[in-house]
Ligand binder design. Structure first.
Ligand SMILES: [Zn+2]
Length: 65
């Protein structure tokens, strides 16, 4: 299930939303309640590109590694 992040134009707070296929939910800032949000890059995508630092699971039990 993809996670999208929306940055509030009012206060700058980033709210993450789990988006389901057939659900159109309102993207409301969880901090100030503003509907004036813009889509931001997912932190998952940003982290996956950074493979130089700690990208491996420290315990070795991570199911995603
Ligand atoms: Zn806000």
């Amino acid at each position: 299930m993809p996670i999208f992040e929306y940055k509030c134009k009012e206060c700058g707070h980033v709210t993450s939303f789990l988006e389901k296929h057939n659900t159109r939910q309102a993207h409301v800032c969880e901090k100030c309640g503003s509907h004036d949000t813009e889509k931001a890059l997912s932190t998952f995508a940003a982290k996956s590109g950074n493979s130089s630092s700690s990208s491996s699971c420290p315990t070795g039990t991570c199911p995603l590694s």
